[in-house]
Write a protein that binds this ligand. Structure first.
Ligand code: HEC
Length: 397
């Protein structure tokens, strides 16, 4: 059986409080121009990096046997993340370990790239009601910046990169062809993948193509991992990041394990502090008082019939897997899920493909969760359940 932070399961005590504080990221104010920041920009020397852990998103079983085998026992990944801002722009850098470099070949659908995303909430005035961490949800809009390593490649015969099939130095033999080839590569190959989306859940994601988001993102492999950067305006039509602290979520994809779409690693909403000691940091800190052992029992009684709780359980059919919920959901989010199941209906679930186990019903065009309302639970029991669910997360690689 796989151990899930079992050292945290201190029997019958109020042990959770200090153990689970997730850190904030300190944004450093700089006077530098942040229009086009990359991973080798000098500005990062002034930045403060914090360790932030990204957990495998196991909400929905992926519909790909081979990919599922490769990700049978996913481990969490710890990244180093920093932020700098100058009042008009804000920039982020995320560095994460990855022993294998996987790049996206333009025009090919069978290649899986390493990449990362940075996500912002359009409305974060109430930290207890942030958007669904995956891609937002109905009524809770997010903006997502996505970047993957893409190479310029041209392979008309399907045997891989032509560049490596010919010796490019033999220009006396095919200099002309080579020049034509290079020109064609430049026109077909897309050397940069950067994209931005706005949406309220999986199927609503819309690419922002009019440049109104004014962002700039780069990615580079350093031999044992990736460094990715994003710089963007602090305010645009979709978000306003002028605040003491802003909630930001990060995701990474591992191409080696066929990662794409929902097959990713992600942080919970993480407080990026422009000013120290904000309310947001407190709300997202993950500090929960509760009896973890009692919570475990309450979950077994009330929740396990619909949810997979540990990876050792048979996958449940009725609801999302909660095996990593403690890694990417805040305590408030878990509480809201029990008190008001329909406030956030987990998106990404295909109602037509699984009609026997609907996660939601449509009532007047609105999604209504099929999860029962647990607001009748005693407050203390609710705390116990939240404290226990916050311990559910994969070990770090
Ligand atoms: C009858 C089945 C059922 C029971 C019992 C049930 N749930 Fe759920 N739960 C669901 C369904 C279906 C969803 C997905 C739809 C939604 O978001 O409401 C869900 C969603 C969730 C989510 C959001 C997951 C995510 O990935 O964001 C959490 C957290 C959750 N449930 C916790 C609980 C807890 C805690 C209990 C027990 C106190 C419980 N559930 C009992 C069916 C159930």
């Amino acid at each position: 059986m796989k151990k899930i932070a079992s050292t945290l399961l201190v029997a019958g005590t109020l042990a959770s409080t200090a153990l689970m504080a997730d850190g904030a990221i300190t944004a450093v104010k700089v006077n530098t121009n942040l229009d086009k920041v990359s991973y080798n920009s000098g500005v990062w020397k002034d930045a403060k990096f914090s360790s932030v852990t990204l957990y495998p998103q196991t909400t929905i079983k992926f519909n790909d046997k081979k990919a599922n085998e490769k990700n049978a026992e996913p481990k969490a990944i710890t990244a180093e993340i920093a932020a700098v801002y100058n009042g008009q722009r804000i920039a982020f850098m995320i560095k994460w370990p990855d022993g294998t470099k996987n790049v996206q070949y333009a025009g090919r659908t069978d290649s899986y790239a390493d990449g990362f995303a940075v996500q912002f909430a359009s409305n974060y005035s109430n930290p207890k009601e942030l958007p669904y961490i995956g891609m937002g949800s109905e009524g809770r809009q997010v903006v997502i910046h996505l970047q993957k390593e893409t190479v310029k490649i041209y392979e008309p015969n399907g045997n891989g990169d032509v560049w490596h099939q010919v010796n490019p130095n033999q220009t006396h033999l095919f200099g002309k062809d080579l020049a034509a080839f290079n020109k064609e590569v430049a026109s077909i190959g897309n050397g940069d993948y950067e994209r931005s989306y706005v949406g309220e859940g999986f199927r609503s994601m819309t690419e922002i193509k009019d440049g109104s988001n004014n962002s700039y993102s780069r990615i580079g492999y350093t031999g044992n991992g990736w460094s990715g950067t994003l710089s963007r305006d602090m305010k645009d039509a979709y978000v306003d990041l002028h605040a003491d602290a802003i909630p930001v979520a990060f995701a990474i994809w591992d191409g080696e394990n066929m990662g794409r779409n929902g097959l990713k690693y992600l942080t919970g909403w993480t407080s990026v502090e422009l000013k120290k000691g904000s309310e947001l940091t407190k709300a997202l800190s993950g500090v929960v008082g509760g009896d973890i052992e009692a919570g475990k029992q309450a979950v077994a009684e009330n929740c396990a019939s619909c949810h997979q709780i540990t990876p050792a359980d048979a996958p449940s059919l009725m609801g999302p897997s909660l095996t990593n919920i403690g890694g990417y959901a805040s305590a408030d989010y878990i509480r809201e899920s029990m008190m008001k199941p329909s406030a956030v209906v987990v998106p990404g679930y295909n109602r037509n493909a699984h009609s026997a186990y609907a996660w939601y019903n449509l009532e007047d065009g609105k999604r209504v969760s099929t999860m029962p309302d647990f607001s009748w639970l005693e407050a203390a029991q609710m705390d116990n359940i939240v404290a226990y669910l916050k311990t559910l997360k994969a070990e770090v690689k």
